[in-house]
Structure formats: structure tokens, C-alpha cells
Design a protein around this ligand. Structure first.
Ligand code: AR6
Length: 167
């Protein structure tokens, strides 16, 4: 039975099997959590990302974690919020689904997610949290491999939202 929890933390500090990165289509780094992950993982991460040929929105790709405590980084590209009529909700759900699929293929037991798309990409935070929790629950309802999912919040508002949704 998978355990879901929320913490307020820097995702790069977490000692889990895989952390998820909220990347962009190039997979070549950026600001926000993406920048933090690349800084903490070191230049080898960018070198591996260069071999991947980018990533479609709603899809995910896996790399090593290099200097991170996490063994793997799962890079996923969330949708930019354009008002809600551009398939944003389904694309965000797809990020969580595809990331978990790669985690399962890699034999991962513990995964930490950031609040994908809720920074520079402006997805409404509460709606994003609802999609994150419901999609993860749905995907893992019949799974006996993944043991722990951590929703990593940078701000205390996100943290309070997740705590309430996980009650
Ligand atoms: N640990 C955990 N969460 C973090 C950290 C961290 N170290 N740093 C920021 N956050 P964003 P997006 C939170 O903008 O909206 C990049 O430039 C942040 O507070 O990082 O998916 C990429 O290259 C927010 O709640 O990602 C893309 O171009 C959440 O992470 C673009 O931003 C996501 O914010 C992706 O935008």
C-alpha cells in the first residue's frame, strides 16, 4: 500500500529513489525547480539531457541523479496555463501518470514530486494539487511496487493545500 505525504522542502535535498523535475520541452534546464535540480545534480545531468532530444508536454524522460541524493531524475513537462481550455488539466494529469510509469519501469520505490506547472507556467495551484493527488491515487491504486510518494511544496500555501487534500 503506497503512502502519500506532503512536505515543505527543497526537492534537491531529498534522499528518495527518484525526484521529478518540472522541466521545459528542451530538457536543457531553466529557472525554478529545474534550475535548482541542474545546479545540485551537476553538469553531467545536462550532458545526459542533451542526448534525449527534448520532451513533449505531458510526457516524461528519466535520467540518472548524478550528484543528487536521489538515484534518478524524472523530467516531465507540464502545460503552460492558457485559461483552462487548452487541455491543461489532462496534460498535467499525464505528467503525473507518465512519471509514475517510468518510475515503475526503473524499479523505483520512493518518488518525490514538485508542484508541476504552478510556478512560471501559472497553473492554478489548488486545481493542480487536486489533479496531482487524484492522479497519483488512481495510478497507484493497484500497485505493490511504489511505497512512498512525497508531494514537495516550496511555499507554505501549497503545503497547507496538500495537507488538507491528503487528510
Ligand atoms: N524544490 C521544490 N520546489 C521548488 C523548488 C525547489 N528547489 N524551486 C521551485 N519550486 P517552476 P513550472 C517550486 O516555475 O511552473 C523552469 O524554468 C515552485 O515554487 O519551477 O512547471 C523550467 O525550465 C513551484 O511551486 O515550474 C520551465 O521552463 C513549482 O516548484 C518552467 O520553469 C514549479 O515552479 C516550468 O514551469
Amino acid at each position: 500500500m503506497v503512502q502519500l505525504s506532503a512536505i515543505q522542502a527543497d526537492i534537491t535535498s531529498l534522499d528518495v529513489d527518484a525526484i521529478v523535475n518540472a522541466a521545459n520541452n528542451s530538457l536543457l534546464g531553466g529557472g525554478g525547480v529545474d534550475g535548482a535540480i541542474h545546479r545540485a545534480a551537476g553538469p553531467e545531468l545536462l550532458a545526459e539531457c542533451r542526448t534525449l532530444g527534448g520532451c513533449e508536454t505531458g510526457e516524461a524522460k528519466l535520467t540518472e541523479g548524478y550528484s543528487l541524493p536521489a538515484k534518478y531524475v524524472i523530467h516531465t513537462v507540464g502545460p503552460v496555463w492558457h485559461g483552462g481550455n487548452h487541455n491543461e488539466e489532462a496534460l498535467l494529469a499525464s505528467c503525473y501518470r507518465q512519471s509514475l510509469m517510468l518510475a515503475k519501469q526503473a524499479g523505483v520505490k520512493t518518488v518525490a514530486f514538485p508542484c508541476i506547472s504552478t510556478g512560471v507556467y501559472h497553473f492554478p495551484k489548488h486545481l493542480a494539487a487536486e489533479i496531482a493527488v487524484s492522479t497519483v491515487k488512481e495510478v497507484l491504486s493497484n500497485d505493490d511496487q511504489i511505497e512512498q510518494i512525497t508531494f514537495v511544496c516550496f511555499g507554505s500555501d501549497d503545503y497547507q493545500t496538500y495537507i488538507r487534500l491528503l487528510e
